[in-house]
Ligand binder design. Structure first.
Ligand code: COA
Length: 261
């Protein structure tokens, strides 16, 4: 992995913990952070020892407090499109990542930070977490996929409300409206996130990859084509060692030892 200025990566067994660490700016996403995020996820992509990723923010106050407003303030129309596209590209890469990605939100997830959490496959948060899309208060709109992903996750009505008011949502409401899966105490957030993810990483890696592919394909595809795609992946999995192992383990009443093949 190339030298990183604003991102730290730590490994705990099969889980890689990626922390955005720009604490003096509440981990705000400048161009360098976005580029480094892309590099980190590309390098974890082919690392067979990694079976799941936790994305989090360093420090006590923020996951990510948004795109860097100092940088955004300097943009013109052309660079604005580029800023948006660069972020979208990295966020889409995370969304299409072949291993489960869990956002562990321990504080502010605002603007681009909320959009980043939305691009992860799942989200958990601490009780002090705050989610929001305050962009309209700055005279812009969410530009990293937030106008698309939020409504897909929580429905049009609430997504429109949150996007147009710019209001912050606390962890309790975020869980109630389906924005996050669980709320944990701040001090144990990372440990609890690992426990959450380990319920997932014990499953067959190839099956999980294909489940994610099928789920995301269905978001953009008409039902008949999505069903065809699901059947193809289902059939493909029948040829994997993981399927043989998973079923043998059940029959032999033991834990499966998946190799990801
Ligand atoms: N971009 C650039 N810098 C940011 C930032 C952002 N999105 N969010 C916070 N910062 C910086 C602040 O400017 C401040 O820097 P300074 O110490 O050099 O002045 C530092 O991070 C700490 O933030 P501060 O505002 O002092 O903390 P706070 O606890 O009083 O408030 C927030 C926290 C999150 C409510 C507030 O920082 C905020 O509203 N941030 C912007 C959120 C936003 O609009 N995001 C969407 C951007 S598109």
């Amino acid at each position: 992995m190339a030298d990183l200025t604003h991102i730290r990566v730590e490994w705990d067994g099969e889980i890689a913990v990626v922390s955005i660490d720009r604490q003096d700016k509440l981990n705000a996403l400048n161009a360098e952070v976005v580029t480094e995020l892309g590099e980190v996820f590309r390098s974890l992509h082919d690392d067979e020892d990694v079976r799941g990723v936790i994305l989090t923010g360093a420090g006590e106050k923020a996951f990510v407090a948004g795109a860097d407003i100092g940088e955004l303030a300097k943009m013109d129309s052309l660079s604005g499109v580029r800023v948006s596209r660069d972020g979208q590209e990295v966020f889409s890469y995370i969304e299409r990542f072949p291993k489960p990605v869990l956002a562990a939100v321990g504080g502010y997830a605002l603007g681009g930070g909320c959009e980043l959490a939305l691009a992860c496959h799942m989200r958990v948060a601490s009780a002090n977490a705050r989610f929001g899309l305050p962009e309209v208060g700055l005279g812009i709109i969410p530009g990293y996929g937030g106008t698309i992903r939020l409504s897909r996750l929580i429905g049009l009505g609430r997504a429109i409300e949150l996007t147009l008011t710019g209001d912050m949502v606390d962890a309790e409401r975020a869980e109630r409206i389906g924005l996050i899966s669980a709320v944990y105490p701040r001090e144990s957030l990372l440990d609890d996130a690992k426990t959450f993810l380990r319920k997932i990483t014990k499953n067959g890696p190839v099956a999980m990859r294909m489940a994610l592919e099928s789920i995301y394909r269905a978001v953009d595809t008409a039902m008949p084509d999505a069903l065809d795609f699901e059947s193809s992946l289902f059939g493909l999995l029948a040829s994997t060692d993981d399927m043989k192992e998973g079923m043998a383990a059940f029959i032999e009443k033991r834990k499966a030892d998946f190799k990801g093949r």
